[in-house]
Structure formats: C-alpha cells, structure tokens
Design a protein around this ligand. Structure first.
Ligand code: TRP
Length: 319
C-alpha cells in the first residue's frame, strides 16, 4: 500500500453538521486525488461515556453513509471503522506504557467531561492515548484537527517522540493541520461557540430538511449594528458571511440581514441537497456501505500490523 499521508478522524457520536463538512470533510475530499488519506470512524471513542449499544452500531454505519454521500471516494480514501482493525486496541495498550497518568489527567477535554461529578469511565481518561494509537498506526504525516483536539495531537507527538527515543525509531511523528478560518463554523444561535455535534440549537445537520435549514438560519443571532460586514463585534454576522463564502466561494451583496440570511439559506441548501439525495440512495443499500467498511479495514490492516509489529519488538515483546 502507498504511504498514507493524512488521517482524518470522526467520532461516531451524534450527527455530522455543516461545520464538519466545511472544516474536515471538504478538505479531505478536495485532497483525495493528490494524497493518500484515511478516513477513520472512531466508534471505540464513542464508548468513553455512557452509551447505548444500538446507537453505537447505527451511528457508525450512518457516519460511513454520510462520508460516502458527501463525496469521499472509498477507492482512494479507505473508510475505516476503528473497531474493525484490532491493532488500534493493541497499540493503545503499548502506548499506555509510555504515557503518564498525570499527562492524561491534565487533558482539558478529560477535565471538562469529568467535571460534572458523575461516574467517569477509565476509557475517558485514556481516550487521547487511543487517539494517539489511531494516528501512529498509519505512519501519517498530517492530521487535521480542530482546536478542541489540538492538545490531544500534542500528546500524540510527545508520546511518539518518547517511544522513539526510549526504544528506537518506531513511529512517524505527525503534524497537526488547522482548518482555514473560514472553515470554522460557529453555532448560529450562539456565534461565540463552535457548531457542535452534541450541543447547541443553531446547528445545521448535513441531512436536515430544507425547512429546518431555513428556520435555523432565519433565527440566527445577529446584532443591532444593521451592517453587513465582518467585524469582531459582530460574531453572528461574521459567521453568516464566512459560511456563505465557504459554501459558494463568493461574497455577499446583501445590505440587510434578511437578504443575507436568504443568501446563506440558498447556499447551504445548494451544498446539502445533493448529499441528502445520495444519502437516500445509499440508505436503500446498507449492504453496500458495510462492504465499503470491510474493504477499508482490509486495505489498511497490513500497515497497522507492520506498525504494531515494530512497536512490540521495540518495547520488548517476543515475536
Ligand atoms: N477525538 C476526535 C474528535 O472528537 C476523533 C478522533 C478519534 C480522531 N481518533 C482520531 C481525530 C484520530 C483525528 C485523529 O473529533
């Protein structure tokens, strides 16, 4: 298999939204002719908090369906379900042996998710180590990550360097790639926070029907300035303008918020309508999506197995 250069990971929780499409999926699709990419569906990560087994299975299949509907070409970009390639969990353990408890406990996402006082799974603590295994397994050079995953990527680099210097050159140390500013989509109801899979009412799901898109955009938070411009004091209007540019590549000619919102609604609908249609076709044939996942795992397994073999040998395990 050709050297894989990029890995884009999606956690199989909740539904993908416009921010995922513009920030992660579109760059992946745009680059797939030029470079070797892997699209990873992280279903094991979905079990680090209270989970429903049926949902985990359904979300995994649904995410794969959406990736295909959005234009991921599985021939070029293997779509891999994390749990289908056992090497993820094997490397996870080996990496735990070079990670400090304190390092994991310091992660902001762990602190936030464990702050509410309820029971916390041990897997939530080791979540970033599993993510490191996802990345290091495939010798990738670049990992696109949003701000929320930046610290986990730094930990991955630390662990990789440490392993290499203690036990000998084993892993490629990856770089994080940040999505372009215009591809960072904020919540339409609260433009100070990123659009999120799990929270927020100002979210546009990739499969939302046209009426819902229109309603969410119509209700988008604006301001009292009544000026259509990008300005830090106008995060809502700036977000709408960024979304418009990201969707169409053009700038707004609107002079009122009402017209701007109409432009944004039309731009989003134009982008999502074909995805919705293709998704409906794919849903009618779930056997096909399952075959894509099986083929994806088969494609990457040799690389994963070779990495684990190197790591086992280096760390002191008998062949
Ligand atoms: N933790 C990532 C997120 O919540 C998803 C993910 C899992 C991931 N494994 C990865 C992202 C490996 C990049 C690389 O978005």
């Amino acid at each position: 298999m050709a050297l894989t250069r990029r890995l884009t990971g999606f956690q199989a929780t909740g539904k993908l939204h416009l921010g995922n499409l513009l920030g992660a999926l579109r760059p992946l699709i745009a680059a797939q002719k030029a470079e070797g990419s892997v699209a990873l569906i992280a279903d094991l990560h979905a079990m680090t908090v209270d989970h429903n087994p049926t949902d985990v299975r359904e979300n995994a299949l649904e995410l794969a369906t959406v990736l295909l509907a959005a234009g991921v070409d599985a021939e070029r970009t293997p779509i891999v379900l994390q749990s289908h390639v056992r090497e993820h969990t094997e490397l996870h353990y080996l990496l735990e042996c070079v990670t400090g408890f304190g390092e994991a406990a310091r992660m902001i996402q762990f602190k936030e998710k464990s702050a509410n006082g309820g029971p916390v799974r041990l897997s939530l603590l080791t979540y970033p180590v599993l993510m490191s295994a996802d990345i290091l397994l495939y010798d990738v050079e670049q990992v696109p990550v949003g701000d929320d995953q930046r610290q986990h990527l730094e930990l991955t680099r630390t662990i990789a360097h440490r392993f290499n210097s203690r036990y000998g050159e084993t892993f490629t140390v990856p770089d994080g790639v940040r999505p372009e500013a215009a591809a960072r989509v904020m919540d339409l109801a609260d433009p100070t926070v990123k659009m999120s899979k799990t929270v927020g009412t100002g979210r546009i799901g990739l499969l939302d029907p046209p009426e819902m898109i229109r309603r969410v955009v119509a209700r988008a938070v604006t301001d009292e300035f009544a000026l259509v411009r990008r300005d830090p004091r106008q995060p809502g209007v700036t977000n709408l303008l960024d979304i418009l540019t990201a969707c169409t590549g053009s700038v707004s000619s609107a002079t009122s918020y009402r017209v701007l919102k109409q432009e944004v609604t039309d731009a989003i609908e134009a982008l999502l309508a074909p995805i919705r249609a293709r998704h409906a076709e794919l849903t009618a044939d779930p056997g096909y999506v399952r075959k894509v996942l099986a083929a994806g795992a088969d494609r990457v397994r040799p690389t994963a197995a070779a990495t684990v073999a190197r790591a086992r040998r280096a760390i002191g395990l008998l062949d």
